[in-house]
Design a protein around this ligand. Sequence first.
Ligand code: NAG
Ligand code: NAG
Ligand code: NAG
Ligand code: NAG
Ligand code: NAG
Ligand code: NAG
Length: 320
Amino acid sequence: MTMASAGFIFLLLLMVSVSLQNASDAFIQVDCKKENSGQYGQQSVVECVIRKSEEVKDLTVSRVVWKKDGLILLEVHNNQPRSMAGYSFAEPSWNNKSLNVSLLIANTAVANHGNYSCMVMTDSGLDNKSTSLRVTAKYGKPSIHTTAANTTPSSQVTLTCRSQGGHPKGQLSWFEAPNGQLVGNVETAAEVMPNGLFSLSSELTLPSGRDASNYTCVVRNARGGKDDEVTGTIPNAGHVKGLGQDPKAKNTDLATKVVAPLIVIGSMIVGLLFLVFWKKWCKREDWAPQPGTDPEQGSPQHQLLGSPECQETNVSGDAA
Ligand SMILES: *[C@@H]1O[C@H](CO)[C@@H](O)[C@H](O)[C@H]1NC(C)=O
Ligand SMILES: *[C@@H]1O[C@H](CO)[C@@H](O)[C@H](O)[C@H]1NC(C)=O
Ligand SMILES: *[C@@H]1O[C@H](CO)[C@@H](O)[C@H](O)[C@H]1NC(C)=O
Ligand SMILES: *[C@@H]1O[C@H](CO)[C@@H](O)[C@H](O)[C@H]1NC(C)=O
Ligand SMILES: *[C@@H]1O[C@H](CO)[C@@H](O)[C@H](O)[C@H]1NC(C)=O
Ligand SMILES: *[C@@H]1O[C@H](CO)[C@@H](O)[C@H](O)[C@H]1NC(C)=O
């Protein structure tokens, strides 16, 4: 009896001490949403709230620290909240009685994607939890550019599809437009732009001698959802052969259509300006030989260099 009861009492004491330990740890607890999501360029909230057990009647928060990658974003110390620019409490009038300690990010950037920790210290205990923010951005409408490959005589057609401004990394895929059949084995290249968003491109190479056809390029986000699509028409085989003889004409990019006329207009303006100034200069040289009328104008060197040239053209002008 003595051995058994002693053992029983010991076990009972152990259980009480363990449950008491648990209870004191659980006076307060920080509860965070497992995965928060935010949109690029918009406000995001990383949600955490303080849960207190029933025994706690009045709770005062003495310290809060929000961290990401070792950097303190928001901190309450000595009843004074301090934060980096762009971060604040989601509750506009947060004070040391507020249990909602959610973090507000004013203008979500790609750098805000990742893991956060929230440490809370109160007069009834402390807790520290981690949570994550997933930053997404929708891909823009894709564009298709047509370029015939630089091979002769049987040239290929290459369609290039581009879409940018999305996050995380997405995928481009090609479909034959009338029947919607997927074109397999076309890779998507991804580049990170300075703002952290992705720029996707995919090249579809088609053999020559095929009928004009339409191809659809679809851009999908990281979770496989369709963000947008565009359909392009490739030039028919005859058209492509014609273009194949002049590699420069094959590029259908808008840039070449705009730049070529600009160069022509630009050189015409430069030519006209040259003519006007040159004529003026010649006239000045005509007046220059009479000294005394305007001593500041026309140095002797100018006269020596200028006069024969002007005369030369005057002669040729007379001849024509
Ligand atoms: C202590 O709390 C944890 C959860 O916080 C629970 O899983 C565990 O069962 C508790 N232990 C005791 C002895 O109550
Ligand atoms: C909580 O805030 C009130 C009013 O702002 C202040 O008087 C009090 O000292 C604060 N308590 C602590 C523990 O910081
Ligand atoms: C915390 O406050 C923010 C801003 O008011 C709100 O969006 C969020 O839903 C609140 N969270 C909870 C759990 O009440
Ligand atoms: C966030 O933490 C989890 C583990 O808790 C880890 O698997 C994940 O890679 C982390 N994410 C980032 C962006 O660091
Ligand atoms: C809270 O825990 C995380 C790891 O989960 C750690 O990086 C962070 O420094 C801790 N915060 C504080 C204030 O101790
Ligand atoms: C391809 O698109 C053009 C213009 O979008 C349309 O006129 C033509 O009918 C389409 N061809 C096929 C085979 O769908």
